[in-house]
Design a protein around this ligand. Structure first.
Ligand code: 5CA
Length: 451
């Protein structure tokens, strides 16, 4: 992409409505624009990152054997009346009536809809285990939408639902989700810690939230600092192996880590004092095992090998896809702007031409652009007739992890400058060596092509 042809409405001033850094930078970098309280348009740069995050979530869900599909945003109220949640959900649910006066709603989650699909098509244990998921917009009429996409009213969520014959099988599905979530967040450059939590309106008493530690987080968390030493890394995992998935769950959840809803002071005090931490966190996902809560209410039964009918065991598992943009920025920025992790960056590399209109500089930038594109990468070339300082400020704000700077003086010596956004360090290299280095860096990151 050439910046002169892109749509990147960068703001010079700090928007007064933004209280936290991620909201401020998303507005300033022209990623989102508020349309109504808690409802946003995703401008091209924001949309690009949203799709990168979505792609990682899809890849890791499919790797775990979970099946993608798509359910609508608008639902009939009938199923919710059947489950009893139509009244329970209260004012967070946006209720709509159609021209025939039928009660409709904008889905805040999809347990009822998916259970209805399941009961219509599946009746035997032979079709189990089954996990279906989708990534779709949700609406919750939050009393206090705030912090931009962090607590929106309309937000993008991955929600997956497992169907199993027994509690044991359903707990394996729970563990599979835990593993796939750890992998997903690490690919986004995040550490998200699973913590024992509360079921809330989804229900069930076995649930973990995934929290990214950040001072601006809305949840208070209590944990043993040893949990922050754990990383999943690139270990191979067999998602069908009960032992392997259970092993990961035990490794990541045996140390004390709880949100304030389930915090237990006596248990916490058993953690050595120097390792006890009280902090704040951003909830970027939650997994639930709730057994037969919905299958009993909606009559979703399966026939077992013994010929007997029993309600199917279920759980639901969510990732806050749009919230993740805010969480990643909270975890990775400095006073000049965003610093995207390689796994989710909207463009792989910036190219800054210090002297637009200079034949040699223009030609060098064009050939860098072509070489990076040919290698399957997406560069963002700042080809505007702007001062160098303005170009650097824009690149720093939008946070591309790597920048190649091209100017007549360097070209005389056959070099361009490659700069890391994270460390600020620069090195002079031939244009070919700079391209080679960028290609090598991204060889370790499956970022996929964007939009
Ligand atoms: N049905 C279950 C699991 S699929 C469910 O709805 N879980 S949830 O309520 O915990 O939501 C899943 C994730 O969506 C949360 O962990 C959070 O990251 C994100 N989320 C929830 N509410 C909002 C909101 N108002 N704005 C942005 N993201 C949200």
């Amino acid at each position: 992409m050439r910046l002169s042809r892109y749509f990147l409405p960068v703001l010079k001033e700090n928007p007064s409505e933004a209280q936290i850094v991620s909201h401020r930078y998303m507005l300033r970098a022209g990623m989102i624009k508020q349309s109504a309280a808690g409802i946003y348009s995703w401008l091209p740069l924001g949309f690009k990152v949203l799709k990168k995050i979505e792609t990682i979530v899809h890849e890791e869900q499919m790797r775990a054997g979970h099946i993608p599909m798509l359910m609508p945003t608008l639902q009939s109220a009938d199923l919710w009346k059947e489950s009893g949640r139509y009244d329970d959900y209260g004012q967070e649910m946006l209720r709509i009536s159609d021209r025939h006066g039928r009660d409709m709603l904008y889905g805040p989650t999809n347990e009822e809809l998916i259970t209805d699909i399941f009961r219509s098509h599946v009746g035997s244990y032979k079709d189990l285990p089954l996990t279906l998921y989708h990534i779709q917009w949700k609406f919750r009429d939050e009393i206090r939408p705030r912090f931009g996409v962090m607590r929106g009213r309309e937000f993008y969520m991955k929600d997956g639902y497992n169907f199993d014959l027994t509690k044991e099988d359903a707990l394996h599905a729970y563990n599979r989700h835990l593993v796939s979530y750890l992998r997903s967040y690490e690919r986004m450059g995040l550490q998200a810690i699973p913590m024992r939590a509360d079921g809330g309106p989804i229900g069930g008493d076995y649930t973990h939230e995934f929290l990214v530690l950040a001072d601006t987080g809305e949840s208070e968390v209590f944990y043993d600092s040893a949990v922050t030493d754990l990383t999943f890394g690139d270990r191979a995992i067999d998602y069908d192996s009960v032992e392997q998935c259970q092993g990961v769950l035990e490794e990541f959840t045996s140390k004390y880590a709880r949100t304030d809803e389930t915090h237990d002071e006596a248990l916490f005090n058993e953690v050595p004092e120097e390792r006890r931490r009280v902090a704040r966190g951003i909830e970027v996902g939650q997994i639930f095992y709730f057994g037969t809560k919905y299958s009993e209410a909606l009559g979703a039964n399966v026939q077992g090998p013994d010929g007997k009918q029993s309600p199917v065991h279920m759980g639901s598992h969510g990732i806050g896809v749009s919230r993740l943009l805010g969480a990643i920025i909270e975890a990775s920025h400095d006073d000049k702007g965003i610093i995207w992790p390689e796994g989710v960056t909207p463009f792989h590399c910036g190219i800054v031409n210090l002297k637009q209109g200079d034949d040699e500089a223009d030609a060098a930038c064009e050939s860098l652009y072509e070489a990076l594109t040919a290698a399957g990468l997406e560069p963002l070339y700042d080809d505007r007739k702007e001062r160098a300082g303005g170009k650097f400020a824009t690149m720093d704000l939008i946070g591309l992890p790597w920048r190649i700077t091209v100017g007549p003086r360097g070209l005389k010596n056959g070099v361009v400058e490659l700069t890391s956004r994270r460390s600020g360090e620069s090195e002079e290299l031939s244009p070919e060596a700079a391209v080679q280095k960028i290609v090598e860096i991204y060889a370790n990151h499956q970022t996929g092509r964007g939009f």
